[in-house]
Ligand binder design. Sequence first.
Ligand code: LK8
Length: 244
Amino acid sequence: MLSATELELLMQNVVFAHQETCQFRQENLQILRWETFTPEEMQSLQQKPMDQMWERCVCHITDAIQYIVEFAKRLSGFMDLNPNDQIVLLKAGAMELLLIRMSRAFNWYNSTVFFEGKYAQLELFHSLGCHDLISSMFEFCQSLCALNLSEHEMAFFSAMTLLDPSLHWLQERHKVDTLYRKIHLAFRNLLQRTHREFILTKLPEKEKLSSICQLHLEKLNIFRQMYPSIAWERFPPLYKELFI
Ligand SMILES: CNC(=O)[C@@H]1CCCN1C(=O)c1ccc(Cl)c(COc2cccc3c(C(F)(F)F)cc(C)nc23)c1Cl
């Protein structure tokens, strides 16, 4: 059982871990939210060769994943898990946390997402040749934006998504489960105090997140078959470690 102070300390740990590793500050994303790409800029990005655009995006994603790894490392208890389980959790959770974090940088009003300093429409990513993946990511962001999560709620949702005790291959499942339950308790406590309990039933279910991530892995494999050299030479090592 957790005491009131332990709950408070745990909540602070989760919120600080998120705030210190969220990559883009909320206030900056807000200021820039009406800065969109001009038609000329759109056109030049849409005409980029597929491999160039993929390489650019994978680099941005790899950057973002470094922040997600840092978030995990700061969650109290994560570093006490055995190294195998830490990798298992990050392999399964990195892409999901990317999507959750992407929704913070999504402008639901005009369906644009923060990309290289401005807000981009779906069409900008045309040359990637994976319209279904990108549009399902946009849809996911749209649905998560509708909940209008606070940074505190976003922090808890991210931590709970990462610390998934139901994952296959976990060696010390009970340790992940204990961590998960503590964080879930602290989250419920926060929601009760802020009268936001209803969002627990509205958060996207696990399957939704993992189905998009499955699509991601398929797309990645197609891309690798098309451009085998790039995937190995120029994809950053962390990306290969987690996704290839
Ligand atoms: C707000 N910005 C962001 O969230 C991301 C992470 C931080 C920087 N960033 C972007 O610049 C960004 C924003 C929006 C979009 Cl749609 C993209 C393009 O995303 C992708 C293009 C290609 C493949 C992607 C794949 C695939 F398939 F490789 F696994 C998987 C993910 C998740 N995103 C892909 C990117 Cl890279």
